[in-house]
Design a protein around this ligand. Sequence first.
Ligand code: CAA
Length: 291
Amino acid sequence: MEISTVGIVGAGQMGNGIAHVFALSGYNVILNDISSDALAAAIKLIDANLERQVSRDKITRDAKNAAMARIKTTTELTELGQTDLIIEAATEREEIKAQIFETLLPHLQPHTILTSNTSSISITRLAARTDRPEKFLGFHFMNPVPVMQLVELIRGIATDDDTFQTCLAVVDTLGKTAATSEDFPAFIVNRILMPMINEAIYTLYEGVGSVQSIDTSLKLGANHPMGPLELADFIGLDTCLAIMNVLHDGLADTKYRPCPLLTKYVEAGWLGRKTNRGFYDYTGETPVPTR
Ligand code: CAA
């Protein structure tokens, strides 16, 4: 199936990165958010991130200008009705996602593929609440989207092969690599990554090491580009906690219990980079550990 116009729901951290890579790869993009301020901020950020790629000779100025010209924004969800592929990248709450699909459904073309960038919610369950479970897929990008090479494709139990193959080909046109995951809690990346981050938080909680020594250990001892606590702040501590809860509830194994210190940080509203405070304080020039 030919995909030329892509609708993206949610202009936050993931949505703006997804719009960036699709527009740069030649797709027409309609970016939707309930907040016009969020849309304006997303356009500004996409412009700045594309400019960074121009300044590092990754792309030409013409490519940047063409990409920016391909992105349209709207606060009206129904305007996404004319697209061939929709990627929902709204808040990681099942009811919000289900509500978005419900609003969209009467306006979609019969061929439109529906996907979600959810990092952990069941694709089969989201799909079952739409009129097209066979045309529904998990399309999971990693953060920062313009830099990270991987896209996880998650087939729900009803996803048909045409839909899967079409999305596989789309990932290819983005210059990224797909990994296929079955639809089980948190899929592959987060099934492995989040327990590691949670264990790093337990290591801090039990006093085995400081924030600095834990991050230094994994950066220099295991060649990770970021330490696990720095990465948790980057992803968002609320997101980390939500994913641990999905693993704990969905797999019913105590090895996935979220660390009480992670819960405490989220209760305090210390969510990482986005609130300027998590395992580090980001208000100064260099991040300072908070414990
Ligand atoms: N847009 C475009 N380019 C960007 C960018 C953005 N948003 N952010 C960074 N870059 C580019 C920079 O321009 C730079 O490009 P060059 O190599 O051409 O110089 C390159 O990326 C590296 O950036 P920096 O030099 O600024 O910083 P760095 O070397 O410290 O790398 C990083 C930054 C790529 C984020 C690196 O630290 C890293 O890979 N961290 C781990 C990220 C990770 O694990 N992500 C997955 C999170 S899990 C997830 O997303 C799933 C989920 O559901 C929670």
